[in-house]
Design a protein. Structure first.
Length: 114
């Protein structure tokens, strides 16, 4: 399986202010997502990378990208074997399972599977 970047999101302590900032800066509009306070960005460009703005889900303010994988739990375990740290265990919301790890240098990366 190829592992493309499939999703990006900005996790914020104040997602409303974050949405207002990027809406004013880039003209983005938003639609509701699966979690309370979580929205998807409409950039006005057909086929753009799905991007979301939402509340913190563990940890601190962060901008993340998510890589598509077949098995989120197995990928998180492998990242840990390679010296990474699991930041957010696998969890499932309607339509997707996702988790977050830090590589050995501390860079945060999400993984997701449908």
């Amino acid at each position: 399986m190829a592992h493309p970047v499939i999703h990006a999101e900005i996790r914020s302590t104040d997602p409303d202010a974050t949405r207002a900032f990027f809406g004013a800066l880039f003209g983005w509009t938003y639609s509701d997502g699966a979690l309370p306070g979580y929205t998807f960005v409409d950039t006005g460009v057909e086929g753009a990378l799905p991007t979301a703005i939402g509340p913190l889900q563990d940890g601190s303010e962060v901008a993340l990208f998510f890589v598509g994988v077949e098995d989120v739990e197995a990928t998180l375990a492998r990242a840990e074997q390679l010296g990474g740290t699991i930041i957010q265990q696998a969890q499932t919301v309607p339509g997707v399972t996702f988790g977050v790890f830090a590589d050995a240098q501390g860079h945060l990366v999400g993984v997701a599977a449908n």
